[in-house]
Design a protein around this ligand. Structure first.
Ligand code: INI
Length: 156
């Protein structure tokens, strides 16, 4: 691979300003994602003083608030965290669809690295497994993806 120009992002959060937007709905899960994300970012050099945590009611509200933050341009990256858990009605499908569609649109419309840390689970057990237990912590994983994207964008 020596002859190939490779552009990759360093996992170094030193000097960055990050907004974490977290849903209150299912907060016993989402708080674990927030903890995992902040722990990851701090361990990769981010100063706690450079983290802004914004709370929103549910995953459906994540896109609007992330959009406002992206428009403001004060942050190098935005991390959206939430947990949508299937219930007895199709509500789950609508909330998930709008969250992912809205967040993907913001990332492209504003050229902003946006970590997608929204769990979409059929059961509470699946959510628990992904919020700091046997399936890892998806908040930390989303933080890692956001960080890598910030750094790769800087090099393009
Ligand atoms: N919001 C979530 O973040 N997770 C869910 O599981 C969820 N369910 O299942 O209803 C949920 N609904 C609330 C939604 O995000 C909005 O806050 C609400 O509809 C008001 O706009």
């Amino acid at each position: 691979m020596n002859d190939i120009t490779t552009i990759a992002g360093r996992l170094d959060a030193t000097g960055l300003k990050i907004a974490v937007v977290a849903a209150r709905f299912n907060d016993f899960i989402v708080n674990r994602l927030v903890d995992g994300a902040i722990d990851y970012l701090e361990r990769h050099g981010l100063d706690r003083a450079n983290i802004t945590l914004v709370r929103v009611p549910g995953a459906f509200e994540l896109p609007l608030v992330c959009q406002k933050l992206a428009q403001g341009g004060a942050h190098d990256g935005i991390l959206a965290l939430g947990a949508v858990i299937r219930g007895d009605t199709p509500h789950f499908d609508y909330v998930c669809a709008e969250a992912v569609k809205g967040l993907a649109h913001i990332m492209l419309a504003h050229n902003t690295a946006l970590g997608f840390g929204v769990l979409t689970c059929d059961t509470i057990e699946q959510a628990i497994a992904r919020a700091g237990s046997k399936a890892g912590n998806k908040g930390a994983e989303a933080a890692a993806a956001m960080l890598e994207t910030i750094r790769v964008l800087e090099r393009l």
